[in-house]
Design a protein around this ligand. Structure first.
Ligand code: WTA
Length: 635
């Protein structure tokens, strides 16, 4: 038996060493002993980071839904697979057993087929956190369609860009969504997006808020009516291990979003294995990850990883402060949550409120608490560890990315001693290294550099949809033969890693990755704007907030700045979504540039962060005088 569940530190080191020395045996044994394959693989791994090309379990055949659903029916058919907690605490929670999940996924899969979707087709999913969201992912996987979930906070423009990029044939949405005290007209956003998406043939609409929506004849259909007529049996499409399972868009530092492509076999093995170990998962646990399925955390650690382990996974529709700041803890008490996984921005927001919101509830069911999405600062770490974990549920700070598919660096609870703000050690199979700017590996301890990975792991994204060259340029060109993460990290004296943040033009705001270029592109569409530059600056709840420097055209001069600020944020909301709104906007007569015309964001970032004492040498700039102006007019 392979050591699927690591229980002591010595065992971790032993397993880790094996995973590095004999990666193929290691991942071969895990895949063999814990999953259902319709055909065995011919080769565990073939790879070439230069091309780049990575294949895991080549030749193997499987369907991931057989692993996530069917195989649990015999032993755990009546166990709750998905526990849905609605936005409104007075609405009853819904327990969906594995048996019921099987039926609902199959019905949905049959509806997809009846509506012209088959293997390899792309289906865009734009839904709130309701059971239909998880079920629609699985229904696509059941028939081999490729799902592309777009977070239901993105705007119509952002949605249509993503639909067109991967040429989705169908969109699955709902009439609207509940978010705290608000309702959001999702169908209206979809209608607007679909004005410029010729590839979309049909739209399935789930009912959630019972609003009056416009249903376009010949294109839109109510989902429930179709499900009611569909059979609860749908044979799984047998897929190759390397067939795409899904596309998920992530922001890049330049231009349009990158459609990261994840494939089937390796993704399944890695998310299941890491779920088991990072959350110390046991059979009767009730696991809750507060992320939205619109992000990778929800894909891997609400849907696929937990279900592949036969777990009970909670889906929460609401927000942490509705009806009050105690909601998370009320849910922990109510469902006796054993593992709780959230983002630092949520922790910081909750830590600002009265402690009574936490102390009112019994959190004694918890045994592991987790963090993901951005560096967790020391204060938030301690607040979480003391008040939620009560100093006896290990806090796992998990570092990973949309591109990595699964958790890469993390303590293993009850195994790896934790240190505040450290993601600690690589999981088995992960070979991190630190590089300097010249391309040399930084060896030793107590050093910092750019975080790279030396060797493939099973859930690495295989390409960017429709743009393999960009995949190569972004991840495999900075350093020869290495995957470059875009993050900086330091390694301490015991070899623990601490992530220091992005080293590129991606800014993480409230846990959402935002590229500066798409925001600048949106602002520059304003008729009065000549040019703009976005940088991040520290914010005590969001982690980072956005600071925009904007220069106006002649036509914009003399216009009221407060009105312009509103209009600029409105344009950003339309192009990307409210998450990308700027906290501060400063109008300036110019932006500092190098002699080759490149905007010096480094200087702008320092000014935004009030670090004007060490701006470095600005004499080589094209327009050094502008720096002084910016400093003097900053509010
Ligand atoms: C950041 C989220 C510090 C990092 C799963 C990474 C983190 C980016 C952590 C990916 C962490 C994620 N500590 N930073 N524990 N987890 N990050 O694609 O900069 O939404 O590159 O995936 O978030 O964000 P993404």
């Amino acid at each position: 038996m392979s050591n699927y569940h690591i229980k002591h530190l010595e065992e971790y080191f032993k397993v880790y060493r094996k995973s590095v020395r004999e990666p193929e045996n290691f991942w071969g044994e895990i895949a063999e002993e814990h999953f259902v394959w319709r055909k065995h693989w011919d080769k565990v791994l073939s790879w070439d980071f230069k091309k780049p090309e990575i294949k895991w379990y080549e030749g193997a055949k499987l369907n991931i839904t057989e692993n996530c659903i069917d195989r649990h029916l015999f032993t755990n058919g009546d166990k709750t697979a998905i526990l849905f907690e609605p936005n409104d605490p007075n609405e009853a929670a819904e327990h969906i057993s594995y048996k019921e999940l099987y039926q609902r996924v199959n019905q949905f899969a049959n509806v997809l087929k009846d509506n012209g979707i088959s293997k390899g087709d792309r289906v865009c999913i734009y839904l709130p956190m309701i059971p239909e969201l998880a079920i629609s992912l699985l229904a696509c996987a059941r028939i081999g369609a490729i799902h592309s979930v777009v977070f239901a906070g993105f705007s119509a423009t952002a949605l249509s860009t993503r639909i067109n990029d991967s040429e989705c044939k169908m969109v699955i949405t709902s009439d609207g969504s509940f978010r705290g005290a608000k309702t959001i007209d999702l169908k209206g956003i979809v209608d607007e997006a679909l004005e410029s998406t010729p590839c979309v043939e049909s739209v399935l609409v789930a009912k959630r808020i019972n609003s009056n929506v416009n249903m376009k004849e010949g294109r839109d259909q109510w989902l429930q009516a179709l499900l009611d007529k569909a059979s609860t049996e749908c044979a799984p499409e047998i897929m190759d291990a390397e067939d795409p399972l899904f596309i998920l868009y992530t922001s890049g530092s330049t231009g349009k979003p990158k459609g990261m492509v994840h494939t089937t076999g390796g993704y399944m093995v890695y998310t299941a294995y890491t779920f088991k170990n990072v959350f110390n998962y046991r059979h009767n646990d009730v696991y809750w990850c507060t992320a939205d399925i619109g992000w990778i955390t929800g894909h891997s650690y609400i849907v696929y990883g937990p279900l592949a382990n036969g777990a009970t996974t909670v889906m929460f529709e609401g927000v942490p402060n509705y009806p009050d700041y105690g909601r998370f803890w009320e849910i922990v008490e109510k469902h006796k949550i054993t593992q709780f996984y959230t983002a630092p921005t949520a922790i910081r927001a909750l830590a600002k409120e009265n402690l009574d919101h936490v102390d009112r509830y019994d959190l004694s069911s918890l045994k592991v608490i987790g963090s993901v999405g951005e560096p967790i600062n020391e204060e938030a770490w301690h607040w979480y560890n003391d008040n939620v974990g009560k100093k006896n549920s290990p806090l796992v700070d998990t570092w990973w990315q949309t591109e990595t598919g699964g958790i890469m660096l993390s303590p293993i609870p009850y195994v790896t001693p934790t240190i505040p703000t450290y993601a600690t050690l690589p999981l088995p199979g992960v070979q991190p290294c630190l590089m300097d700017e010249k391309g040399n590996e930084i060896e030793g301890k107590q050093v910092d550099g750019r975080l790279c990975i030396k060797y493939p792991w099973p859930s690495i994204a295989r390409t960017i949809w429709g743009d393999h060259q960009r995949y190569k340029d972004t991840y495999f060109s900075a350093y020869e033969n290495l995957y470059f993460t875009g993050d900086g990290a330091l390694r301490d004296t015991v070899g623990y890693y601490r992530i220091t943040g992005r080293v590129d033009d991606v800014i993480i705001v409230s846990g959402h990755n935002l590229g500066t270029a798409p925001i600048e592109d949106a602002i520059n569409e304003h008729p009065a704007v000549a040019e703009s530059a976005i940088v991040g600056f520290p914010h005590d709840v969001k982690g980072n907030a956005l600071y925009g420097y904007v220069t106006l055209k002649e036509s914009g001069e003399g216009r009221d700045h407060d009105n312009l600020r509103k209009e600029i944020n409105q344009i950003i909301t339309e192009h990307i979504g409210p998450i990308a709104k700027l906290d501060k906007i400063q109008f300036t007569s110019g932006l500092p540039k190098t002699r080759s015309g490149k905007i010096m964001r480094r200087i702008l970032r320092k000014i935004a962060c009030n670090e004007i004492d060490n701006l470095g040498d600005i004499s080589t700039l094209l327009n050094p005088e502008v720096v002084e102006e910016i400093i003097n007019t900053k509010k």
